[in-house]
Design a protein around this ligand. Structure first.
Ligand SMILES: CC(C)(COP(=O)(O)OP(=O)(O)OC[C@H]1O[C@@H](n2cnc3c(N)ncnc32)[C@H](O)[C@@H]1OP(=O)(O)O)[C@@H](O)C(=O)NCCC(=O)NCCS
Length: 147
């Protein structure tokens, strides 16, 4: 994966299969949610599309904060489903702004699943990078406010 936004070190970290003992310390998830049976595919694992929707929502939260108003998702730069998510997992989405431009905000989202049915072990399951654009009332790009 050659996205300029995607840290290769993170992919290496995710290839480790050993479960984690804790969620990222000192950080608050943008979103935490438990997938239901209706979110599963025919094999009983959670749909990639469900995870993508939650990632988009989670990523939009710091983007809206930075834009101080509405945003639209313009691009999904990278998406890696490294481990499955199961119905009943407690899934935490951590979202950080990693880059801003004139109107755009790029956000990295890291997803952790706490296996509530299996000794509560924590697994980093997904990493994604998305770009949002601040938009005005006419849904046109809006210059980001100075912070
Ligand atoms: C978001 C939208 C308003 C942007 O309008 P646009 O005319 O395409 O915008 P521009 O070409 O001026 O680009 C705006 C910014 O997005 C960035 N951008 C555009 N395409 C991009 C891409 N593929 N990857 C990363 N950034 C991108 C540009 O670099 C620019 O950033 P900057 O101002 O910080 O330099 C418009 O594309 C749109 O409405 N898209 C649909 C949004 C939507 O419905 N999203 C949900 C679908 S799931």
């Amino acid at each position: 994966m050659n996205s300029p936004y995607f840290p290769l070190s993170s992919i290496a970290d995710m290839s480790k299969t050993a479960p984690l003992s804790e969620l990222p310390p000192g950080k608050n998830p943008a979103l935490r949610v438990v997938p239901m049976p209706a979110d599963a595919n025919v094999h009983g694992d959670v749909f990639g599309g469900w995870i993508m929707a939650q990632v988009d929502i989670a990523g939009s939260i710091p983007a809206v904060e930075r834009a101080q108003g509405r945003v639209a998702t313009v691009a999904v730069n990278s998406f890696l489903f490294k481990h499955p998510v199961f119905v009943g997992d407690l899934v935490s989405f951590y979202a950080d702004v990693v880059k801003t431009g004139r109107t755009s905000i790029t956000v990295e989202v890291a997803v952790y699943a706490q296996r509530m049915r299996h000794s509560h072990e924590i697994v980093k399951v997904t990493e994604a990078t998305l770009t949002y654009v601040a938009t005005d009332e006419d849904r046109m790009p809006r210059v980001l406010p100075v912070v």
